[in-house]
Design a binder for this molecule. Structure first.
Ligand code: SAM
Length: 251
């Protein structure tokens, strides 16, 4: 899979992409990340990428022309198919979730546009980007962190990027629930013990405990996830357990 990142600060990404699974994925040629400095697509002496907002107001606005030219140049080079997503990173976009990560992982090339300043000329959202994504309801100074979040979350889903030892199949959100609690040695730490069932060696019992704890955690911390589970995702046993957690119903 190939990401194209359009940014004013390509150097921000270097150390992050040199570590962990992303570095391994790049070495294994499962992933490539190409950086495009937006200033390289300007034509004036000062390499201007921003200008004052029409109608007044604070801050500067990123100009449309360098971004259009950058995307068109990447497309013309054959490194980004016309049908590949061009994603504008903006707090005003649809929220990035595991479901969106899975959707993006089905593409072989994606372009990510990182904004800065007050944001990006609206014509980029309207006529260049095919999608707008926010990584959460807060405002960052630029889209670079958002691009890194998306690159990492999507890359973890590519076959071969994450070893089976760290399989994403049981991760929170992948199953629609939060993951159950996890522990490692020692079995007793400062008087706090690992739940006995995990030391029992009874695999079926352990799986039942993990499912219950996963449901409990989701019920307590993220009940909204339970409402969004597809039909049939919960067994009768799960439903009874959730009813127990909710306490007696008023009749
Ligand atoms: N004035 C804009 C607004 O109110 O929507 C915010 C601009 S922000 C300071 C500058 C850039 O950071 C944005 O253009 C976007 O690329 C990036 N950014 C900030 N928060 C983000 C978020 N939650 N998700 C994705 N990108 C974000």
């Amino acid at each position: 899979m190939r990401f194209h990142v359009l940014t004013l600060f390509p150097e921000m990404f270097a150390s992050y992409l040199c570590e962990g699974i992303l570095a391994r994925a790049k070495e294994g040629k499962l992933l490539s990340v190409n950086f495009h400095d937006i200033r390289d697509y300007t034509h004036d002496r000062h390499r201007t990428v921003d200008d004052y907002p029409y109608g007044g107001g604070p801050g500067m606005v990123m100009k449309a022309a360098p971004l259009f030219e950058a995307v068109e140049t990447i497309r013309d080079s054959g490194e980004l198919a016309g049908s590949s997503p061009v994603i504008l990173l903006t707090p005003q976009g649809r929220t990035f979730t595991q479901v969106v990560a899975e959707e993006l992982a089905s593409h072989s090339e994606i372009a990510l546009i990182c904004g800065r300043y007050e944001g990006v000329d609206e014509r980029v959202a309207d006529h260049l980007a095919t999608d707008s994504i926010s990584i959460g309801d807060y405002v960052l100074g630029g889209g670079e962190l958002a691009a890194m979040v998306i690159i990492e979350a999507v890359s973890r889903l590519l076959p071969g990027v994450v070893g089976s030892a760290e399989s994403p199949a049981n991760d929170s959100f992948t199953t629609g629930l939060l993951q159950h609690p996890i522990y490692t040695r020692p079995a007793s730490f400062r008087g706090r013990n690992v739940p006995e069932i995990l030391l029992s060696g009874h695999h079926a019992e352990i799986a039942r405990w993990q499912r219950r704890e996963s449901l409990r955690r989701t019920f307590l911390n993220r009940p909204d996830l339970l409402d969004r589970l597809p039909d049939g995702a919960l067994s009768e046993y799960d439903i009874r357990f959730l009813e127990e957690l909710s306490g007696p119903r008023n009749s």
